[in-house]
Design a protein around this ligand. Sequence first.
Ligand SMILES: *Cc1c(COP(=O)(O)O)cnc(C)c1O
Length: 364
Amino acid sequence: MTLEFAQRISRIPSYPLADGYDLGSGTAMLASNESSFAPSPAVLDAAARALSGANRYPDPSYSALRRALADRYDIPRERIALGNGSCDILLAAGEALLEPGAEVVYAWPAFSVYPHLAAASGARAIEVALDDRARHDLDAIATEVTVATRLVLVCNPNNPTSTALPLERVEAFLERVPRHVCVILDEAYVEFSLTVGDTYASVELLRRWPNLVLLRTFSKAYGLAGLRVGYALCGSESFRAAVDQVRQPFSLNAAAQAAAVEALRHQEEVERRVAHVVAGRAELIDGLRALGLWTADSDANFIWTHLPEQVVEADVTAGLAARGVLVRAGAALGRQGSLRVTVGTDEENGRFLGALGEILGASP
Ligand SMILES: *Cc1c(COP(=O)(O)O)cnc(C)c1O
């Protein structure tokens, strides 16, 4: 007997899981846009203290973390949603906003989780091609907004292509979207973006657009991917209430809450790490362009590059893996013949460039 599942199970794409987590520590893990820096001692201490109280449930209102974010971004606590990673909030948004007959619009290639939202809800997904510099085409996206649209996802900077648009462009786009349509600006990499400027600039937009939601995470610049903490700064309380309504009450465990609060207290450390990534990013881009590869201007902690046409992508990723470097192949991300490479330590970046040069030099 085979089990009978809900119809949507046959529609939902499986998230392309990165491998390498069982490899030795010598492998350069440049496939998942994580931070190469371990959490600082103060953050580890805070998490450890929380663990000593693990017989209790975590605070279901996330009071300390909510207060810290409310203070930092000067936004009412009721308009801050917290999640087990920002993906948790993203999926909850799909559940709260979408249903058969509704439409969700986003650029493609963009974050690999977006197609899940339509598949899980039975809504229709409208995928809009990027422009020739691998950036969002906001005009084309605005054109796709119809009476059926409930949600628009804008990934800025965009994963996997690393590009960002200035906020003036985002504002001009918001002007064109009806106020009952939710726009999620996915800012997982905003801390690394020189184009966006700083992490406060987009928060200003919430005052003018109550339908706007800024999706943020502690997984990238804050280096807490393993603890799963994400948040959303919302233009209206109704979004926060709806995503809370469709989820279980304890999304964030106690150690994650404590670590995130502590990490927020060490902004100079976050900035130091971001500056290191930005420097490594420039070197990687220069190195790839010196190899003759088209490489996007990056606003994130990763690089997006196109391989020469005659080269087989899978041969390149296998060659890199054989040399101890894991990256993401474009095939799994929406464009065959590309690589997405996380900025690692200086040694890892050098190893990647050396290995890629060797592989491309050897190929016909
Ligand atoms: C990494 C990432 C996220 C955040 O994932 P978490 O669930 O917070 O770890 C969200 N959006 C994009 C575009 C990402 O790349």
